[in-house]
Design a protein around this ligand. Structure first.
Ligand code: G3H
Ligand code: 13P
Ligand code: ZN
Length: 316
């Protein structure tokens, strides 16, 4: 069942965070649904602009519609990740997405408010909710690399003005995370103090943590042992999620970790079975491993085991 993120956030706020997972293909979709059903968690499927153009955006929409039928138990939202104005309008008009993210965070505050406000108006007219971003994460996103000196944390003093001025429904905050597999050059550092200040200005307002892959070191080591070259990859300590939840984080974005599971499964498979060439063999292994990964992540986010209480609240 497809629901809006707004409804999921109302139910989750302060208690747990919803996992928002990016998908690009069939195997990721299958692993994602299986893992969320196994762990009995509501979830968010995220589709980036890159995912929409990887094949044809209608292919992913078709996959998700089919998964909704194959897994009637599932409760999830469908979300455009890091949209620009064009992608947001396209998704709003498609009638398929339950929420969109407008990422105008590279602009000065007033311009970010203006662009976000335009998308909010168009989205709300169709019952679609909007995530916006204030501050800038480092890392690689849509092929643009933002280095550490150009990344900047969300200014809590601007957060309330931004939300009031734009009318957005949730806010992605920059609190020290970054996109990709190389998040911290030194010790990992989530700025929970900045998050607490933002929550003080915006009590009860759903906050979103991007760049939240944990880049498991065991996964990185296995990839490297199987021929990979991921040097110095490092992510967010997944035990920090439980600290961010009471501070207003209700959505946690995870993409890179899924790519690492895919890479490990396929590198090991072809190293160990060089005679094989049926793509379904590693595909089956990946779906099972990705499902396991998702179920584990949902435990850390606190969303595991919430499915029936969410279903009951949606019926009430
Ligand atoms: O934040 C970016 C997401 O990880 C999506 O990545 O644009 O390569 O699909 P992508
Ligand atoms: P990661 O690169 O940490 O998985 O972040 C994903 C993300 O923020 C998608 O919007
Ligand atoms: Zn992101």
């Amino acid at each position: 069942m497809i629901v809006t993120t707004k409804k999921l956030f109302e139910l989750a706020y302060g208690k747990y965070a919803i996992g928002a997972y990016n998908i690009n293909n069939l195997e990721q979709a299958m692993g994602l649904f299986l893992g969320n059903i196994d762990s009995q968690a509501p979830f968010i499927i995220q589709i980036s602009k890159g995912a929409r153009s990887y094949t044809d955006k209608r292919m992913l929409e078709g996959l998700i519609r089919a998964a909704d039928e194959v897994f009637p138990e599932a409760i999830f939202a469908v979300h455009l990740d890091h949209g620009d104005v064009e992608a947001c309008i396209d998704c709003i008009e498609s009638g398929f997405y339950s929420s969109v993210m407008i990422d105008a965070s590279a602009n000065p505050l007033a311009e970010n408010i203006r662009i976000t406000g335009e998308i909010v108006e168009a989205a709300h007219a169709k019952g679609i909710v909007v995530e916006a971003e204030l501050g800038q994460l480092g890392g690689v996103e849509e092929h643009v690399k933002i280095d550490e000196k150009n990344a900047h944390l969300t200014d809590p003093d601007e957060a309330q003005e931004f939300v009031d001025g734009s009318g957005c429904d949730s806010l992605a905050v920059a609190i020290g995370t970054s996109h990709g597999a190389y998040k911290f050059s030194g010790a990992q550092a989530l700025r929970l103090d900045v998050l607490a200040e933002i929550q003080r200005r915006l009590p009860g307002f759903p906050l979103v943590m991007h760049g939240s892959s944990s880049v498991p070191q065991e996964e990185v080591a296995r990839i490297n042992e199987a021929g990979g070259a991921l040097k110095g990859a490092k992510g967010v300590d997944e035990d920090e999620f439980a600290k961010a939840v009471p501070l207003g984080v209700t959505k946690v974005n995870i993409d890179t970790d899924g790519r690492l599971v895919w890479t490990r499964v396929h590198r090991e498979f072809f190293r160990d079975k060089p005679e094989k060439f049926d793509l379904r063999d590693p595909g089956k292994m990946f779906m099972a491993e990705y499902a396991k990964f998702i179920a584990h992540k949902n435990q850390k986010l606190g969303s595991a085991g919430r499915l029936e209480e969410v279903r009951a609240a949606l019926k009430a």
